[in-house]
Unconditional design. Structure first.
Length: 128
């Protein structure tokens, strides 16, 4: 991530869970409430690259850079194709040593942050 971008971490900065560095000027007002039944996928308006065990994203829409840690990168890989958040959690439970409740809480918070930053497509029909 370029040094000129001032970033903040979300609540998902635990070592075993994804986090995203976001520019400070991005609004963090929820746009769509994500739940376990939501269908999510990567936004197509992004350029991404993998750097070792992390992912760097650039939003074409807002010109901002974002960075994801190792677990955030894994979530990003899994949402390359549209899927339910519950299926994403199920897959992560097979890959990481974490209990279901903690995984669900962290994944929902991480995905909400992605959605609020316009980095995620959410199927509104599945959102409660």
């Amino acid at each position: 991530m370029p040094a000129s971008v001032i970033g903040i971490k979300t609540a998902c900065q635990q070592p075993r869970f994804g986090s995203i560095d976001t520019p400070i000027f991005v609004s963090h007002m929820p746009k769509t409430a994500i739940n376990l039944a939501s269908l999510v996928a990567q936004s197509p308006d992004l350029v991404s690259t993998r750097i070792e065990d992390q992912t760097a994203l650039m939003s074409i829409a807002n010109g901002a850079y974002y960075g994801m840690d190792q677990v955030g990168t894994r979530v990003w890989e899994l949402i390359a194709r549209r899927q339910a958040v519950s299926a994403l959690v199920d897959q992560l439970l097979t890959e990481f040593e974490v209990d279901r409740t903690t995984c669900e809480q962290h994944v929902l918070a991480f995905l909400q942050n992605l959605a609020d930053s316009d980095l995620l497509m959410v199927d509104d029909a599945s959102v409660a």
